[in-house]
Ligand binder design. Structure first.
Ligand SMILES: Nc1nc2c(ncn2[C@@H]2O[C@H](COP(=O)(O)OP(=O)(O)OP(=O)(O)O)[C@@H](O)[C@H]2O)c(=O)[nH]1
Ligand SMILES: [Mg+2]
Length: 295
């Protein structure tokens, strides 16, 4: 059987719904999502395999102008992902109008891209009628830089099948790159650390989510059959550590409880989770600390 396969990068500004889209495409939660921008920090690979086709998606951090080193690393992931893609999916949010400058930068990436390009106009559910998306569709159609434009809602999976069909048709004929039962090439401990980080995003406002990284120390099966996971929640300053621990440890307890349930759901097994809060001064701007975190 002649098969199609290829690499597809999902790019766009922060908070446009890229990770929600990846999860909707795969029908499972792989990438963490949050109403706060800059949730995704790395390239999250997710593989969709059907009988005659394999689509290797990469969810990427939202495009921004870097203000510190971690954001520079984040933008490196975007560039690297785009460079190795056959198809680009640019996700734009119908709900918001965002700064012109970044728009230009994204359009520049699309214009310079050698492969096929799709514009996803996401969050159509937030418009009063679907027709309200027509002027946007017309505007981008006129630009002539997209092979396809797909208005949709990643959150409600509206038009998701159509998007998969469109991607399939743009993929080159090729053998599969990965085993057909593989969902991602990232290790389980990465997904576990992300679930804990998602809870930090859920629980804290302001700077804490942006100053936090999660590192898994141990991930092993005990004789009892229960998995033991120990992780560090790393912040940048002592004052932040106090906030994350909370009064009498109430916040860290809350993070532990919700994370444990989400990890158990994800791994489909019972776990014992131990969390520690650590301070690594100014880690977001420290190359060796970032490298140590795997950036
Ligand atoms: N109404 C609506 N909300 C959506 C839709 N898709 C995503 N969202 C919401 O938009 C917010 C951001 O979603 P994410 O998937 O985290 O966005 P992202 O583009 O990955 O964001 P970064 O990783 O920060 O760049 C979340 O609150 C989502 O629930 C949609 O189709 N409709
Ligand atoms: Mg994301």
């Amino acid at each position: 059987m002649q098969t199609r396969a290829g690499f597809v990068s999902i790019i766009g500004k922060p908070n446009t719904g890229k990770s929600t889209l990846l999860n909707a495409l795969l029908g499972t939660k792989l990438s963490i999502t949050n109403p706060k921008p800059q949730t995704t920090r790395r390239k999250i690979l997710g593989i969709l395999t059907e009988d005659d086709c394999q689509i290797v998606f990469a969810d990427t951090p939202g495009l921004l102008k870097p203000r510190y080193m971690m954001q520079e690393f984040m933008m490196d992931y975007v560039a690297e992902s785009v460079a190795e893609s056959d198809v680009l999916v640019l996700v734009s949010d119908l709900e918001k109008q965002e700064p012109e400058e970044i728009d230009e930068k994204l359009l520049e990436i699309v214009k310079n891209f050698k492969g096929q390009t799709i514009l996803v106009l996401n969050k159509i559910d937030s418009l009063s009628t679907k027709k309200a998306a027509l002027p946007m569709i017309a505007k981008y159609h006129k630009m002539g830089i997209f092979n396809e434009i797909v208005p949709m809602s990643a959150l409600y999976k509206d038009n998701i099948k159509k998007l998969i069909q469109v991607i399939k048709e743009l993929l080159p004929e090729s053998p599969f790159y990965f085993d057909s039962d593989l969902l991602s090439t990232l290790p389980e401990r990465f997904f576990v650390s992300e679930l804990i980080r998602e809870n930090v995003f859920n629980i804290f406002a302001d700077e804490i989510p942006y100053s936090t990284e999660v590192q898994i120390n141990e991930f092993k099966e005990r004789e009892s059959g229960k998995w033991y996971i120990s992780a560090d929640i790393v912040v940048e300053r002592e004052s932040q550590k106090k906030i994350v621990v909370g009064t009498d440890g109430n916040k860290i307890k809350q993070i532990g409880e919700t994370s444990r349930r989400m990890i158990e759901d994800h791994l489909r097994t019972n776990i014992y989770l131990e969390l520690f809060v650590k301070v690594r001064q100014n880690w977001r701007n420290d190359k060796s600390k970032l490298k140590n975190f795997g950036y």
